[in-house]
Design a protein around this ligand. Structure first.
Ligand code: APR
Length: 311
């Protein structure tokens, strides 16, 4: 028996609609990766050490203290690499392989969809990814390196461990990685020499290829989405998965998809996270964990989801 609740519509009518669908969009947020063990933005309390996480995700913060901002992102890269894609990432990747008209728009930077081998042409990374490294002088130098999963990026960015001997019982009980998001765990200040440098211009530091507050979303990604929305053929469905859908332009895509004929299915833990513009006739709302709901919703089209042991 499923442990999720159907608050609008029913699963049978969703399956019928999916069978007749050729063009499907998904709009994903942090809730997609929650059951992989990565905290959502609201869930994390928003603090990293004493810093508001949002205030660290700005070009100004990087300019003022690149060492601190790199420690924040080095930690996020490390945590994302410890996490594994969950059945929802694998199910969406399989839908993409089977349905050429499926496009997945994600606000997540954690690389889990990529590691589930979601076809790249059907994955639009609205906020970039932690695993692209770009020159901090974005406009001048333009160096970028994609899918760099090195951890740590430099030796100084290694997440400190408890130091316990991994063969002892104690180490099995004590987490090896220290939680450096906690201010009580000491962390050294870093200087620019400790941080990755751009191999092309050799002058500037490298930074993570995520979109920071106050920055433009990647033009190529926005163009790809516009091209998809502008096609003449209607859009059948939009799945709104684990996102509070409050941040634009992502939030606006639900309305845009509706304008092109789409019915809306929301998959969310929180019953109050309703789509912008409210509910319409024919919508679905499945409340619970995306990792359970997405494979169940897509099953008639993709079959059982195979989850590899570790990727
Ligand atoms: N399954 C489904 N939904 C879940 C789960 C789960 N296991 N766990 C949490 N959720 C839902 C929450 O109820 C919430 O609606 O996921 C959503 C997460 O919301 P946010 O934390 O606001 O994350 P997101 O919507 O991805 O944020 C968008 O805002 O701060 C910026 O750039 C950041 O990309 C981020 C953007």
């Amino acid at each position: 028996m499923p442990s999720f609740k159907t608050l609008r519509g029913d699963i049978a009518s969703f399956h019928d609609a999916l069978k007749d669908s050729k063009r499907v969009l998904a709009l994903c947020g942090a809730g997609l990766s929650a059951s992989s063990g990565l905290p959502t933005f609201r869930g994390a309390g928003g603090l990293w050490r004493t810093h508001d996480a949002v205030s660290l995700a700005t070009p100004g913060a990087f300019e003022a203290d690149p060492g601190l901002v790199w420690q924040f992102y080095g930690y996020r890269r490390h945590m994302a690499l410890q996490a594994q894609p969950n059945p929802a990432h694998h199910a969406l990747a399989e839908l993409a392989r089977r349905m050429p008209g499926f496009q997945c728009l994600t606000q997540n930077v954690d690389g889990l969809s990529q590691r589930a081998e979601h076809p790249r042409a059907q994955l639009q990374l609205l906020h970039g990814t932690l695993f692209d490294l770009i020159c901090a002088n974005k406009r001048g130098c333009r160096y970028s390196r994609v899918d760099d999963f090195t951890d740590p990026v430099t030796p100084a960015l290694a997440v400190p461990t408890s130091g316990a001997d991994p063969t002892t019982n104690e180490a099995r009980e004590v987490a090896q990685d220290l939680d450096i998001s906690d201010i009580n765990v000491p962390l050294p200040g870093l200087s620019p020499e400790d941080l990755p440098r751009c191999p092309k211009c050799k002058k500037n530091l490298l930074r993570p290829g995520v979109v920071w507050f106050g920055e433009q979303l990647p033009v190529k990604v926005l163009d790809n989405i516009e091209e998809y929305l502008d096609e003449e053929e209607k859009i059948d469905l939009i799945l709104v998965i684990g996102t509070s859908a409050k941040v634009y332009p992502a939030a606006g895509y639900v309305g845009r998809a509706r304008d092109h004929g789409a019915r809306v299915a929301v998959i969310n833990m929180d019953e109050n996270d309703v789509p912008a513009g409210g509910w319409k006739e024919g919508d679905w709302f499945f409340q619970g964990d995306a990792a359970e709901i997405i494979p169940a919703l897509l099953k008639p089209t993709i079959g059982e989801v195979a989850v590899p042991a570790r990727v």
